[in-house]
Design a protein around this ligand. Structure first.
Ligand SMILES: [Zn+2]
Length: 424
């Protein structure tokens, strides 16, 4: 829709310019030509990764030793510019991943639970107007596109880059839309929404689709090489693979702490990111890649500090792989951010003795405030932690990165920064 009205506008401007000579020369060309500052954009989203999650990851990397902590740096700490981002949705101070990723992908606020549609949508009740995503713009311009995540590929954050539904839970429909989206690289979990309930997925579990479609077979007939475990993934030759579908779990992929190195296990987020870049970078026009560290959020919901720290560090490895590529090619904008914080992680001493001893005892504040009693009492009875309204970090490197380093951004502005970098 947007492209059609754009070319209509261009046509009007051209005839107007010829007729009256009032339009400055070159203006019509500016509208239709791609004047990119970046050939490629890699966007990395740590789901649920607020500032305290980063601090905890550094403490974990230092092995909990204060003497080593000062020398510890994450890869994302060394990026050229950094700032912070507001994350509220159209109908809540506290967003979920659906409107947060929609804002980043399409530049518009929408309501909680809604994917790729504007705020006239009501979750599960009423469709809104479909928004155009940065990934769809890149596809239309002939660039290659890819999505890499540790969640189901139909989960809210990746879905917001290719799907348009009024309810994030419609994952079968989201999978249908993925097939129609023509991406070059798709890596993550979520096999269950690709086969019917009467079928068994390649991980050995029953599917969840109510129709009898086998989307995996349909992807293969669309020219995708399909892989379902780590060794087949490693064997896929990036130079010979034009389209890669790698789905490694029925649902979400394993937490980093649970992942093994056996050949039938799952590849790491960094390995998936490297392979995606190898395949996508064969397109001379450039590429767009979104990488999600999706389970940082899940560990925070579970209030599991060690899983959360390990998944944040695994995400940082993927950032490192992206920065390594960008430093050689010099034409890649790399942006790292989060969709929201999760858990209200507090890095504090538990009491005065701990404070005086210089140690901390991290807790998740979210969900605890209304429950009286000693902390460990309510931790056992507490429900899962929730997202919070606090701002999240953003870092950027490469051409176009300077737009990030000017104080607070809103999540919708990340879309504009990527769009301008691409020259769309
Ligand atoms: Zn969450």
């Amino acid at each position: 829709m947007k492209m059609e009205s754009k070319s209509l506008l261009t046509g009007l401007l051209l005839s107007f310019a010829i007729f009256t000579s009032l339009i400055p020369a070159g203006m019509a060309e500016d509208i239709i030509e791609r004047q990119e500052t970046a050939k490629n954009v890699i966007l990395l989203i740590g789901d649920g990764m607020g500032f305290p999650q980063l601090t905890l990851a550094r403490i974990d990397k230092a092995g909990g030793n204060l003497s080593e902590y000062g020398d510890v740096e994450l890869s994302m700490d060394g990026m050229q510019v950094s700032g912070y981002v507001s994350t509220y949705s159209a109908n809540s101070f506290v967003t979920d991943s659906a409107p947060a990723a929609t804002a980043i992908a399409s530049g518009d606020k929408t309501n909680n639970g809604v994917i790729g549609q504007d705020a006239t949508a009501v979750q599960g009740e009423k469709d809104g107007k479909n928004l155009t995503t940065i990934l769809e713009m890149a596809e239309k311009a002939g660039l290659s596109t890819g999505l890499v995540t540790t969640t189901r590929i139909t989960h809210a954050t990746p879905a917001a880059f290719y799907a348009h539904v009024d309810n994030r839970d419609n994952e079968s429909e989201i999978a249908d839309q993925l097939l129609e989206s023509d991406l070059e690289v798709i890596l993550g979990g979520g096999l269950q929404y690709f086969v019917g309930m009467n079928q068994t997925d390649p991980a050995g579990k029953p599917g969840k689709r109510t129709d009898d479609r086998n989307l995996l077979a349909e992807f293969v007939s669309h020219g995708y090489v399909a892989v379902y475990n780590s060794s087949a993934f490693q064997d896929a030759d990036a130079n010979k693979t034009e389209r890669l579908l790698g789905l490694f779990d029925s649902s979400h992929m394993l937490y980093e702490l649970e992942r093994s190195c056996s050949p039938d296990s799952e590849p790491s987020l960094a390995d998936m990111t490297k392979k995606a870049i190898q395949i996508l970078s064969t397109n001379p026009k450039g590429f767009f890649l979104m990488v999600e560290g999706g389970r940082i959020d899940h560990a925070a919901h579970e209030r599991n500090l060690s899983k959360m720290a390990a998944d944040t560090l695994a995400f940082d490895e993927a950032v490192n792989s992206s920065l390594n590529f960008a430093s050689h090619d010099n034409q890649t904008l790399v942006i790292v951010t989060a969709d929201h914080e999760c858990g209200g992680l507090v890095l504090q001493p538990e009491n005065l003795e701990e404070y005086e001893a210089g140690s901390i005892d991290p807790i998740f504040a979210s969900g605890t405030a209304k429950t009286p009693g000693p902390r460990y009492d309510f931790i056992t009875e507490m429900q899962e932690a929730t997202h919070t309204a606090v701002d999240v970090p953003i870092m950027a490197s490469g051409p176009g990165a300077e737009k990030v380093g000017h104080g607070k951004l809103d999540n919708t502005q990340i879309f504009s920064i990527m769009k301008e970098a691409f020259g769309f």
